[in-house]
Write a protein that binds this ligand. Sequence first.
Ligand code: URA
Length: 277
Amino acid sequence: MDGTLTYQGIELDAVTALALLEWQAEMGADEPISDDTVDRFELAARPKPAMPQMPVSQPQTKTPPAPADAPDDPSALVAEAEALAASADSLAALAAVQEGFDGLELKKGARNFCFSDGNPKARVLILGEAPGDQEDREGRPFVGRAGQLLNRMFEAIGLARDAVDAEKALYIVNVLTWRPPGNRDPSPEEIAVSLPFVRRHIELASPDLIVLMGNIPCQAALGRRGILRLRGQWTEAFGRPALPMTHPAYLLRNPAAKREAWADLLSIAARLDSGAG
Ligand code: URA
């Protein structure tokens, strides 16, 4: 064996092949969805079958079909999620009812329920987006590369998820507790169905302040996206002071943005020092 392999007629050395694999994983193509390989180049080249013609008399609907994993009736599921969340009087009870809730199709494709990590008594709660591959395997939020950067960022202002002292601790929660396939963004329906659990989670943990880590938590908590405009500006979410920040995954791709993230970390440290809740 000479350390090279052939893919689509191109010879690749091991280092290039590994770099290509890592790039695919980074883009979210990190698991096979079928046991058989499919050559999509060959499929694309095949002539497409003619589309059946719609009879003229048949009414045409403008509503696009729901994705296969969209909740059936979000409002009924939101009501069910609200009732379950309200029934929980502790974090352990909330974790149990949320894990048992079958209103999200995502649950079927996920390996593990990802409730939280860190110290629930922490003054600072970080609200992230959704589990990725590593989080799905371990059942804990922010344990992959982005999570390691998140640890280093907060350690720089003296906060850590494993700190016992609430003053120095972090508590980490995601909007979604089940991994979306291929790391796609959660749909608005999935966010709406998850929100009652997030709200109750924050009520029970009762942090002094919340960091909205990226666009999805901003969408869930503030009803707005546009993290590059929102970041660094204190606002209120779930009745508490909240600071939107750029997600560590974004910082990994855009190291120049770390400068602004550092300013945001200093702003959190100053707010904590001032004793403000
Ligand atoms: N990104 C998130 O927002 N949360 C995680 O748990 C992992 C990556």
